[in-house]
Design a protein around this ligand. Structure first.
Ligand code: AMP
Length: 437
C-alpha cells in the first residue's frame, strides 16, 4: 500500500464512496501510478500479475471517464471494451466494476463462450457503457453484427500473456482491427514474451509503463517450501499437511484435469470438503465450485492452471503444488493466488523424481532456491515402489535416473534394502543412497 489517498489521485466522489465501503483506504502501488496517468488520458502498459490491484488501477479511471458527461449508449455499441482470457476473469472484472461503480449509473455486459448467445445479444441490443468479453465469442457476435466496435473509446487487454498461451492473440488482433484509431488503450501482462512486446507496439501509443513485480519474481510475502516426495505418496502427504487447521483456505494445483478430479475425490473420501475446478466442467459447475470455496463451505479448491486464472479470492492461506507446472511462469501465477492485497501466504510444492527439471526451471526463473522441508512419511511400500517405477518407465528412466540427473554413478534411487533414514524426504530420495553410504 502507498501513503497517498485515492482523492489525492483525482478519483471522484461517487467512486471514493464505493471504495470506502470496500475498506480500500489507500491505493496499491500500481493504482497510485496508473490512476493519474489514465485520468490524464495516457495509454498504459502494466506489467503486473493478479493480486496487485490492477483491476481497480484501470477500472477506477475508466468508470470516472465514462461517467463524466454521460450520454446513454447507442444500440449495439460498447463505449469501453475489456478483453480477458478466461471466463472466470471476465466475470470477476465485471463484478469488481459493479462494486466500484455502484453509485454510478453505467450499463455493463459480459460476453463469454460456452453459454447460449441469446441473452448476450439481448444485453447488447441497446448498447452498453462497459463490455467485458473473452475474445472468441466477442468476434463471433461482431461478425454476426450484434455488436459494433467502431465507437469504442477505451480498450483494455487483461492478462495478455495468458491470451498468448491460450492461442487468442490472433483473435485479439482481429478485434483491434475493428476499433477506431482514436481511443485510449491499456494492456496488462504478468510477463512480456516477444509476441506481447509486438502487440504492445501495435496497440498502444507512447504508453506509461508501470512494472510492479519484476518479471518472474515471486512476492516476498509468500513463504515457499518444497517437499521431495514420490508420486505414490503425494496424496498421503497432502492429507497429513491438511491436519493443520491453519490451512483453512487452500488451493491445490494439479497439471491435469484428471489429476484434479482424483485429488479432489481422495480428499472428499478422507473427510476434507474439496471441489475440483477445470476446463471440462460446465461454466455453472465452475462458478458453483468457486462459490463453495469463496464462502468457506469447501476448504480446498483443486485446480488446473487455466481454470485458476483470474480466481480472485482473498485470504487464501496456502497454495499447494501437488504437481509442479511444466511452465515456470505458471508457478509464479499459482503462488500469487496467496498473499493477495498485502496479506501473507504459504506456498508448498511437491516434487517427485520426474519433476526435477521443472523445479530447476522454476528456481532459475524466480532466482530463488526453495527451502526443502523433510517429511515423516514412512518408506515406500513395495506396491508404491512398483508404482513409482512404473511411472518412471514411460519417460525412459528405466535405470531410475530422473531428468537432469548427472554424475551419480549408482542408478537405483529409492532402491530396495537401503537403510531407512530418520528424516525421510530431507533430500530427494534419489540422493538418499549416497547420503546413507
Ligand atoms: P487484482 O489484482 O485487481 O485482482 O486485485 C487483487 C485484490 O486486491 C482484490 O481482491 C481487490 O479487491 C483487492 N484490492 C485492490 N485494490 C485494493 C486497495 N487499494 N485496498 C485494498 N484491497 C484492494
Amino acid at each position: 500500500m502507498t501513503d497517498v489517498t485515492f482523492a489525492a489521485l483525482g478519483v471522484a466522489e461517487p467512486i471514493l464512496r464505493a471504495l470506502a465501503a470496500e475498506n480500500y483506504t489507500h491505493p496499491t502501488p500500481i493504482q497510485a501510478r496508473a490512476i493519474p496517468a489514465l485520468l490524464a488520458g495516457r495509454d498504459l502498459l502494466g506489467i503486473a500479475q493478479t493480486g496487485t490491484g490492477k483491476t481497480a488501477a484501470f477500472g477506477l479511471p475508466l468508470l470516472q471517464k465514462l461517467s463524466i458527461g454521460h450520454v446513454p449508449p447507442r444500440p449495439r455499441e460498447a463505449k469501453a471494451l475489456i478483453l480477458a482470457p478466461t471466463r472466470e476473469l471476465a466475470v470477476q472484472i465485471e463484478d469488481s466494476l459493479r462494486i466500484y461503480g455502484r453509485f454510478l449509473n453505467l450499463k455493463r455486459a459480459v460476453i463469454l463462450g460456452g453459454v447460449s448467445q441469446n441473452a448476450q445479444i439481448n444485453a447488447m441490443k441497446n448498447g452498453v457503457d462497459i463490455l467485458v468479453a473473452t475474445p472468441g465469442r466477442l468476434l463471433d457476435l461482431v461478425q454476426q453484427k450484434h455488436i459494433r466496435l467502431d465507437t469504442v473509446q477505451v480498450f483494455i487487454v487483461d492478462e495478455a500473456d495468458r491470451m498468448l498461451d491460450m492461442g487468442f492473440i490472433r483473435d485479439v488482433r482481429k478485434i483491434v482491427a475493428h476499433l477506431p484509431k482514436a481511443r485510449q488503450s491499456m494492456l496488462f501482462s504478468a510477463t512480456m514474451p516477444d509476441d506481447i512486446v509486438k502487440l504492445v507496439g501495435d496497440m498502444l501509443k507512447s504508453p506509461e509503463r508501470i512494472e510492479v513485480t519484476p518479471q518472474g519474481r515471486t512476492a516476498d510475502r509468500i513463504e515457499q517450501k518444497l517437499y521431495y516426495v514420490p508420486m505414490p505418496q503425494k496424496r498421503q502427504l497432502l492429507s497429513v499437511l491438511l491436519k493443520d487447521e491453519a490451512m483453512n483456505r487452500v488451493i491445490v494445483f494439479t497439471r491435469t484435469k484428471h489429476g484434479a478430479n482424483r485429488v479432489s475425490e481422495h480428499l472428499s473420501k478422507s473427510g476434507v470438503v474439496a471441489e475440483p475446478i477445470h476446463g471440462n466442467k460446465s461454466q455453472n459447475a465452475r462458478q458453483r465450485a468457486l462459490e463453495m470455496f469463496r464462502t468457506g463451505k469447501a476448504r480446498v479448491l483443486v485446480a488446473t492452471d487455466i481454470a485458476a486464472r483470474g480466481i480472485d479470492i482473498d485470504d487464501i492461506s496456502h497454495v499447494i503444488n501437488f504437481e509442479l507446472p511444466n511452465e515456470p511462469e505458471s508457478y509464479v501465477h499459482r503462488i500469487g493466488r496467496t498473499a493477495r492485497a498485502g496479506g501473507e501466504g504459504i506456498a508448498i510444492s511437491f516434487c517427485d523424481a520426474s519433476e526435477r527439471d521443472y523445479l530447476r526451471d522454476i528456481e532459475r526463473l524466480t532466482r530463488n532456491k526453495i527451502t526443502v522441508v523433510p517429511h515423516d512419511l514412512p518408506e515406500l511400500t513395495e506396491a508404491q515402489k512398483a508404482q513409482a517405477e512404473e511411472q518412471r518407465r514411460p519417460h525412459g528412466h528405466r535405470h531410475g535416473k530422473p531428468h537432469g540427473h548427472k554424475g551419480h554413478k549408482s542408478g537405483k534411487p529409492g532402491g530396495q534394502g537401503q537403510p531407512a533414514k530418520k528424516r525421510n524426504g530431507a533430500r530427494a530420495h534419489w540422493h538418499r543412497k549416497r547420503d546413507a553410504a
